[in-house]
Ligand binder design. Structure first.
Ligand SMILES: Cc1cc2nc3c(=O)[nH]c(=O)nc-3n(C[C@H](O)[C@H](O)[C@H](O)COP(=O)(O)OP(=O)(O)OC[C@H]3O[C@@H](n4cnc5c(N)ncnc54)[C@H](O)[C@@H]3O)c2cc1C
Length: 335
C-alpha cells in the first residue's frame, strides 16, 4: 500500500495531524498499535481549548462542563478560580475515549485511513521512500513519516533522535465510580507530591497522585473528603504511569517529524498536554520543518516557565525531597 504520509500512533495528536493534512489535500494513514478501549488518563480541558477545538470541528459540549479550578497550593486555604470570567466560557471534563473517537471520526471522514491493533516491525528508507513493515506481513510505502506514539517517541528514537528527560514523575491514577461532586478540578499539594481530582461523565471521578517515587494511594484530606462525601467507590486498582517532563533533542528531521507527547511531554500540572498534542498535530499541515522546530522550542520554553512558576508557588515543605526536586529541575530547564 502507498500513502503520502504515514502517522505512527493514533492518539489526539495523530487525528489533528491527519485532519490538518487532509485540509491541504494530503492523504494519510494512521497506524495504531492498540484500539479505542481501556482507560486513558488526561481528561481536563481548559476553556482556552475552545478555538482550537472549533478549528478541528469538534465540540466537547456533550462532555461534562468544568466550572473552574480549586486548589490548596502554597497555603492551607482553598483558592477558587472560576471560569466565569473566561472569554471562552467553561472548560470540560472529558470522557477521554469518546473524545478521541470523535477526533478520529473527523479524520476518517476527511479521508484518513486508519489501522488499529497493528504494529510497525521495521522502518527502512530507499531513495526518499520510507517503507514500514507491519506485523500482519503487509507493508506501507510513504514519502513522509509522523511520530505520534506519545511518550514512547518510538519512531523518532528509531530514527536517531534522543528523548531528553527533564523531570521524572509518576502519576498513580484511579477512576472511581458511582458518585457526585461539584464540577471543578481540585488540586491539593501534599508533602510528597500533589493530588488531582476531577468529575467525569457517567458519575465517575478521576483521582491522581503525582509524586517522584511510588507512594501508596492514600488521598490527602480535601481529596479524601471529596471522594467520601461524593459517595465514590474505588472499583479497580490504581495504575502507575509516567508523568514527567521530557522532549526530543530535535522534533523533526529529513522526511519526518514528531508531534504531541512524542515531541514533548508535560507535567500534568500544566493541564496543557492535550492542547499541545492538538496544536502540534494541526501545525503539520501548516508549517515548514524549520518553523515547526521553532514552534516546538517556543512552546517548550513557555511550558517550562509556567511549570517553574507553579512549583515556586508552594513553599510549605521547603526541604521535603519532592518539592526540593521540583525546584532543582525548574532552575535548569527554562533556558
Ligand atoms: C497522568 C496524566 C494525566 C494527564 N492529564 C491531562 C489533563 O488533565 N489535561 C490535558 O490536557 N492533558 C493531560 N495529560 C496529557 C495528555 O494525556 C497527553 O498530552 C496526550 O495524551 C498526548 O496525546 P498524543 O496523541 O501525543 O499521545 P497519546 O495520547 O499518548 O497517544 C499515543 C498513541 O500512540 C500509540 N502508540 C504508542 N507506541 C506505538 C507504536 N510503536 N506503534 C503504534 N502506535 C503506538 C498508543 O497506543 C497511543 O494510542 C495527562 C497525562 C498524564 C500522564
Amino acid at each position: 500500500m502507498r500513502t503520502p504520509v504515514a502517522i505512527v500512533g493514533g492518539g489526539p495528536a495523530a487525528s489533528a495531524a491527519a485532519l490538518s493534512l487532509a485540509r491541504r489535500g494530503i492523504a494519510s494513514t494512521i497506524i495504531e498499535r492498540g484500539d479505542d478501549r481501556g482507560e486513558k488518563p488526561g481528561e481536563s480541558l481548559p476553556p482556552s481549548a475552545r478555538p482550537l477545538l472549533e478549528s478541528l470541528g469538534i465540540s466537547p459540549d456533550d462532555h461534562l462542563p468544568s466550572t473552574g479550578n480549586r486548589s490548596s497550593w502554597g497555603s492551607d486555604a482553598v483558592d477558587d478560580m472560576p471560569f466565569l470570567f473566561s472569554p471562552y466560557g467553561n472548560g470540560w471534563h472529558l470522557d477521554r475515549r469518546r473524545f478521541e473517537r470523535a477526533l478520529i471520526a473527523r479524520a476518517v471522514a476527511a479521508g484518513t485511513t486508519r489501522r488499529t491493533n497493528t504494529r510497525v516491525t521495521s522502518v527502512t528508507r530507499d531513495n526518499r521512500n520510507w517503507r514500514l513493515q507491519l506485523d500482519d506481513g503487509s507493508a506501507i510505502d510513504c514519502a513522509f513519516l509522523i511520530d505520534a506514539t506519545g511518550r514512547a517517541s518510538w519512531l523518532a528514537r528509531l530514527l536517531g533522535a534522543r528523548r531528553v528527560v527533564h523531570d521524572r514523575l509518576i502519576a498513580t491514577v484511579a477512576f472511581l465510580d458511582g458518585g457526585h461532586c461539584d464540577a471543578t478540578t481540585l488540586i491539593e499539594a501534599a508533602e510528597d507530591g500533589w493530588w488531582y481530582s476531577a468529575p467525569l461523565p457517567d458519575s465517575r471521578l478521576a483521582v491522581m497522585l503525582v509524586s517522584d517515587t511510588p507512594r501508596p494511594f492514600t488521598p490527602s484530606p480535601l481529596t479524601r473528603s471529596r471522594i467520601d462525601s461524593g459517595g465514590y467507590a474505588l472499583t479497580a486498582q490504581p495504575r502507575r504511569v509516567d508523568a514527567g517532563s521530557a522532549r526530543l533533542d530535535r522534533a523533526c528531521g529529513d522526511g519526518w517529524l514528531a508531534i504531541g507527547d512524542a515531541a514533548m511531554s508535560f507535567d500534568p500540572i500544566s493541564s496543557h498536554g492535550l492542547l499541545t498534542a492538538l496544536s502540534t498535530g494541526l501545525a503539520t499541515g501548516e508549517t515548514s520543518l524549520p518553523d515547526y522546530q521553532s514552534f516546538v522550542d517556543t512552546t517548550w520554553r513557555a511550558y517550562a516557565r509556567m511549570r517553574q512558576a507553579c512549583y515556586a508557588g508552594e513553599g510549605r515543605w521547603g526541604e521535603a525531597p519532592f518539592w526540593r526536586g521540583r525546584r532543582a529541575v525548574a532552575s535548569h530547564s527554562t533556558g
